[in-house]
Structure formats: structure tokens, C-alpha cells
Design a protein around this ligand. Structure first.
Ligand code: GCW
Length: 678
């Protein structure tokens, strides 16, 4: 089992001896299913899982009477037709499942087929973790309809910000012929409730829409459909330009062009989920070229997919990357609110504005984006980066669920009422019909999918949180670890400890006190390069001088960004005495000698201390991982040991270069004599 990483957490490892007592059902009935339907997939998956975990071959049928020790899986309607009306399903929603286990008989029902499949995966997860509670019956509904991934796969076969190899979907400009990986990927995603995949990069290429590629989209959608995963695509806004010489969203010719190509795609992919659009950002074309609004642009696509039931995810990541460093009040963090707040209510009903979790760009620490609280008449989704672009690129390990939870649980206090980000993107807070989650995994052809076995806890956690953001980071991690590495208590404790310390450790050496990031921002987004932050148009500024550091985002003296938040939050961030230390330099420009509220350290001393502490943690991760020798299979043990060892070494490079850099700037000695001229 050690070698085959492509199963991810769906390993179905044989149960330990003591667990063999688990009741083994004698048959599986996948109600009324045809070979390519999610319910049939559920039946096959149950068969495969039980064979592998419990060592038992169980028959699969698609109808007939259920006997007392069978697993029946299907939709509520199919169940009612076969066995008469089932009770207790009133609260079951689309994609949700009922899971009921009584004396060896198991009933798994969905309102739709996809829900039944999710219930089957949940049951198998419980069997694999030896955690089936007999005599229980419960319903689980997802909090949001949109639980998608955004793959940043380029048509040349590369994956932008991906650290797990080449694209699973494209090669040499075309959709791949072999769709096995697409199906395997859909299986993994379905097992954690993900129901849509945007298969190509937001920096999109118009040739995706060629006849040959549209044909290919049909092939990929066919491969993923048995898992209930719908395909969607990213579009290049200027695609009609080559034929029409224009891409003005208010030109009827352009509208007709999109309607036509959309119809062509739906012929091949009748259940296409929708479009994702990055417009007027980082060199991508968009409606602003024609002096049209971003809503004009989004609604053009919305009209095209509306007759087919599709949605448009329109990215809020719009900003000017040539802003003036010389201007104290310029601020990239203000751009999204400036562009989108005036458009609130102007988007069609099937448009969802997709917002990165923070106002800049997947930094190690950001406040929640104020845009979540500013759109009351627009459906929104949160964009999370599973691929750790600024967070060590899978050469360092960072378990991301705690970072995401901090944002999702943040209360933005819109209109002085409870307004947690998770309740906004679920549609609940502002009573929006749509809402959701978009995660960027960076998956590739590597057998580990993401380039590291441990990184898969992030993909797993992403799916689980998109289903239910109230889940705890440690609970999710424990489920993942049991499924991935088994239930040895030392393995569970060690992986928990490394994972939960991983974000603080990485923050300690790669970005402190809300300084955004200290990585190289111009090229790699990897490794220390604090000098790359300032004096350019990108707006990821430290504003680090000889005496002071930090972005002044106050209302009176700075960029005004603190004022983008609802009043209670604005008051907190605008006031240096109320701003949490971990966002001090995000909102305030202070002397290196400024003291922190929590520790009474000065800012510069905190930089020194945090770098030593973070690098020290990275050293202990190696020893901790080494303690797992013999407790997990050799191959995965070695694979991760290599990465932890690299991280430990690189954390020293981080520590020494950052502390030296800030010593050179400030000429303030380290109180502990580690940095400076001694
Ligand atoms: O942070 C930037 C990334 C780009 C990415 C962009 C985006 C896909 O460095 O690689 O482009 O964000 O999210 O659009």
C-alpha cells in the first residue's frame, strides 16, 4: 500500500485484527442505477472499499429486495418506488445524504444521486476508521451549493503554481486523450463533497474553445460525471476578438458569439457547471478596455449560460499592478472594494463574485477581505489556495485549515450584526440564493497529486470545510490521518503536533506581524527576499526603512483601508492600540522600537525572536517525523523525511537572511546577541 499515492486518503487499508468484528454486509443494492450514474459508482465504491478493508467480497445489484444485512444506496425517489415511502428525509437537501445503520443493515439516501454517493463515501470513511455507530441515523447537508476546485492548468501542459507535476487535463495545446487521471481525481474530490472542477487556468487561452478542445471537454466531463463532478472552464475575455475584431461586452455581435460557443459546449457537456472569469487583472483583458463595468462583463457570460442552468464565477481579484510607491495613500488592498462595491446589486442572479480570502493575495497572514461585508445584493464565494504558493510550495509543510478557519470564522460585523465570513459565503447572512467555495489545489500528474503526501491533508480539509465550515481543524486532520496513515496513536499525535505547529512556524520565519510576506514577490514567491517588496508597482509593500516599517492603512493618515471594514472592525484596525499584534504591520507604520501588546517585545526584537523560534520548530519537525520510522510504510516515511529535512535547512536560511536584513536596516542589536556585531 505504501507506493500507491494516487489513492490519496482513499486507501481502504485492511482493518487491524481487532477491528474485523465490524459487521460485514452481505449485499449492496445500488438502486435503479445505470453504469455511469453516481449511484452505481457508490455501489462499486462500497464493493471495492469493503473488499479492501474487511477482506470480504460483497455482491452488487441494482434492484431487488433489501435483506437485513444489505447496504441500500440510492435516491429517496428510487427508494420510495422500490420499498415504499421512507420517513425522516424531510430535511434532506440537494447533495445531502441520510446515513442510517441498524443491526447490520445500512441505508444511504440522497435527495439526488450525488448525495447518495457522498453518503457512501462517508460510510466507507467510517468503516475505514472503524467508527461506524450502529443504531444511528442522521442527515448531513452541505452548507453551500458551489464546492469547486479551480485548476490552474495551462493548455501547454504546465500547471501555474502547481508543485505536483504536469497537467492532468492538457498536453501540447489540447485536452488529453486519456481521461483516467481525470476520473481518479474526480473520485478523490467526490469523496469530500466537491462537485465542480474548473479545469483550466484563470489566465485562460482562447484556443480552449477550438472544435477539437470542445470535443475534449466532453471527454473529460464524461470521465468525471460518474462521480457527480461537473466540469467548468475559465475563459479568456477577449476570445471573440480573433473573429470579430472586438470583445466589447455590450456589442450584440459579441453577445451572440458567446451564446453560440456556449451552446456548442453544452452540446458536448450538457451539465457544464459554468464559467470562471479573471478579467482586467494582471494583464488579462476585460470590459474596462471598452469603458464598460465589470458587471457588464460578468453579465454577458451570465446571459450565455443562463438557459443551460450554468453559473458564472467572476473573480474579484482585480487590481492595478503599476501603482505608485511614492504615493503614501496608494494601496492595492483597496482595489477590490473600489471596483466591486459600486456594482453591488448589478450582477445577474447566476453570477457569483469570487473573492480571495484576504485583500492582497494568499499571504501567510491577511485580514479577511472587507469585500465580503460590502456586497449585500450579490452572491459571493471565497477563494482559498490549497497549493501553497507563498507558503513553501510543498518543500515546506503547512497545514492550512487553521488559516482558513481563522478567516471563515472572522466576524466582520456588517451592520453591527454577526457576519462571519462563512455565513456570508453560504448565502445565509445576506439571504443570497448562491454562494460557495473555490479551492486552488495545483494538482498534477505526480502520484501524490500535489507533490507531497502530507499536502493532501490540505485538499482533504478544503473539501470538508466547503461542506461544513464549522468542523474543527484538528478533527478534520485526525480523520485524514487515520485514513492515510492508520490509527497508531503515536502517528496520530505526531502528525497532529507537526501540522498544528506548521503555520505558526512558517509565519514566524516568512512573515511577521501582518507584514504580508517576506518571500521573493517578483518571480518565485519562494524563499527570503524582503528587498523585492518595496519600490515597485505590485503593492505588496513593507515600507521598511531604517527607522520604521509597515503599511499605514489608517483612515486619517494612511491609505484609508481600515475604513473599508464595517464600523466596529474599522475602529479596531484603525486604532494601533486595538489592532491585534499579528496584523500590526498590515495596518500601521511603526518604529522598529514599537512595543507589542501581547509580549512587550519591540517589533525588531520580535522579528529576531520569531525567526529563531520558527526555525527551531522546523528542526524539531524532523526529529518528530523520524520517530515515525517503522510506524508508517518506508516509502512515505522517506518521502516526507526528505521534505522535512529540506525545510529544516531552508528555515535556517530564512532565519539568517531575514534577521540580518533587518539588522542591516535598523542597526538595532538583538537582545539575545544572536544578530548584530558582537
Ligand atoms: O498571486 C497571483 C499568482 C498568479 C495567479 C494570480 C491569480 C493565476 O502569483 O500565478 O495567476 O495570483 O490568482 O490570478
Amino acid at each position: 500500500l505504501g507506493e500507491d499515492g494516487s489513492q490519496g486518503w482513499l486507501r481502504y487499508a485492511p482493518a487491524a485484527k481487532g477491528c474485523k468484528s465490524q459487521q460485514v454486509p452481505s449485499a449492496i443494492v445500488a438502486l435503479n442505477s445505470t453504469k455511469i450514474s453516481p449511484v452505481y459508482t457508490a455501489g462499486k465504491e462500497l464493493q471495492r472499499g469493503l473488499r479492501s478493508i474487511l477482506g470480504k467480497a460483497v455482491d452488487l445489484t441494482t434492484g431487488g429486495r433489501s435483506n437485513s444485512s444489505a447496504i441500500v444506496v440510492g435516491t429517496v425517489d428510487a427508494y420510495n418506488t422500490a420499498y415504499g415511502s421512507v420517513s425522516g428525509v424531510e430535511d434532506l437537501e440537494d447533495d445531502g445524504y441520510l446515513l442510517s445503520t441498524h443491526d447490520g443493515s445500512v441505508v444511504i439516501l440522497g435527495r439526488n444521486q450525488r448525495g447518495a454517493l457522498y453518503g457512501a463515501f462517508e460510510y466507507l470513511s467510517q468503516v475505514a476508521r472503524n467508527n461506524v455507530t450502529s443504531g444511528s441515523s442522521y442527515i448531513s447537508n452541505p452548507q453551500v451549493p458551489i464546492r469547486w476546485t479551480n485548476e490552474w492548468d495551462n493548455m501547454d501542459g504546465s500547471v501555474e503554481r502547481g508543485y505536483g507535476g504536469a497537467s492532468n487535463f492538457f498536453r501540447g495545446g489540447y485536452v488529453v486523450d486519456n481521461t483516467t487521471r481525470a476520473a481518479e481525481y474526480a473520485r478523490l474530490l467526490a469523496s469530500v463533497g466537491i462537485n465542480g472542477v474548473i479545469i483550466n487556468n484563470v489566465n485562460a487561452n482562447a484556443t480552449l474553445l477550438s472544435d477539437r478542445n470542445v470535443e475534449g471537454l466532453g471527454r473529460l466531463a464524461d470521465a468525471m460525471r460518474p462521480y457527480g463532478v461537473q466540469l467548468g472552464i475559465s475563459l479568456n475575455f477577449a476570445s471573440p476578438n480573433a473573429t470579430l475584431g472586438t470583445f466589447d461586452p455590450l456589442d450584440p455581435k459579441v453577445d451572440a458569439w458567446w451564446a453560440n460557443i456556449t451552446n456548442q459546449i453544452y452540446k458536448k457537456v450538457p451539465d457544464m457547471a459554468g464559467y470562471l472569469v479573471k478579467a482586467n487583472s494582471e494583464g488579462q483583458p476585460g470590459p474596462l478596455t471598452y469603458n464598460r463595468t465589470l458587471a457588464d462583463g460578468a453579465n454577458m457570460f451570465a446571459r450565455a449560460v443562463e438557459p443551460h442552468g450554468g453559473v458564472v464565477m467572476f473573480r474579484a481579484f482585480v487590481y492595478d499592478n503599476h501603482i505608485s510607491y511614492a504615493n503614501w495613500t496608494s494601496d492595492r488592498a483597496n482595489a477590490q472594494l473600489e471596483f466591486f462595491q459600486p456594482l453591488d446589486g448589478k450582477f445577474d442572479e447566476n453570477v457569483i463574485v469570487q473573492i480571495k480570502y484576504g485583500p492582497i493575495d494568499f499571504q501567510v497572514r491577511e485580514p479577511a477581505s472587507p469585500l465580503f461585508a460590502a456586497l449585500h445584493n450579490t452572491s459571493t464565494a471565497i477563494e482559498l489556495q490549497v497549493t501553497p504558493e507563498y507558503l513553501g510550495q510543498n518543500c515546506h509543510f503547512v497545514y492550512l485549515a487553521p488559516l482558513w478557519k481563522e478567516i471563515l470564522d472572522f466576524d466582520l460585523r456588517a451592520d453591527n450584526k454577526s457576519s462571519m465570513v462563512k455565513d456570508i459565503v453560504s448565502g445565509q447572512r445576506f439571504k443570497r440564493p448562491l454562494g460557495g467555495y473555490a479551492g486552488v489545489p495545483g494538482a498534477g500528474t505526480n502520484t501524490t497529486w500535489l507533490g507531497s503526501h502530507m499536502a493532501m491533508s490540505n485538499l482533504y480539509a478544503y473539501g470538508r470545510l466547503a461542506w461544513d465550515a464549522s468542523l474543527g481543524s484538528e478533527d478534520i486532520l485526525e480523520d485524514w490521518t487515520r485514513l492515510t496513515f492508520g490509527s497508531d496513536q503515536i502517528v496520530l499525535d505526531t502528525i497532529n503536533d507537526i501540522s498544528m505547529k506548521s503555520w505558526p512556524a512558517y509565519e514566524n520565519y516568512s512573515g511577521n506581524l501582518g507584514v504580508q510576506t517576506l518571500t521573493d514577490i517578483l518571480y518565485t514567491h519562494f524563499g527570503p527576499n524582503p528587498a523585492s517588496q518595496d519600490n515597485n508597482g505590485w503593492g505588496q509593500w513593507l515600507r521598511a526603512g531604517n527607522v520604521t516599517i509597515g503599511m499605514d492603512r489608517t483612515i486619517e493618515n494612511g491609505t484609508g483601508n481600515a475604513g473599508n471594514y464595517p464600523p466596529e472592525i474599522a475602529e479596531m484596525y484603525n486604532d494601533i492600540d486595538k489592532t491585534p499584534d499579528n496584523l500590526l504591520l498590515w495596518f500601521h507604520h511603526v518604529p522598529y522600537t514599537q512595543r507589542l501588546k501581547s509580549s512587550n517585545e519591540t517589533v525588531i526584537q520580535h522579528f529576531y525572536n520569531a525567526h529563531y523560534a520558527g526555525a527551531a520548530s522546523a528542526q524539531t519537525f524532523v526529529q518528530q517525523w523520524e520517530s515515525l520510522k517503522g510506524k508508517i510504510d518506508h516509502e512515505r516515511f522517506e518521502h516526507q523525511l526528505f521534505r522535512q529535512t529540506y525545510q529544516a535547512g531552508h528555515s535556517l536560511v530564512w532565519r539568517d537572511s531575514i534577521t540580518q536584513y533587518f539588522y542591516n536596516l535598523s542597526m538595532i542589536d538583538d537582545e539575545s546577541d544572536r544578530v548584530g556585531n558582537h
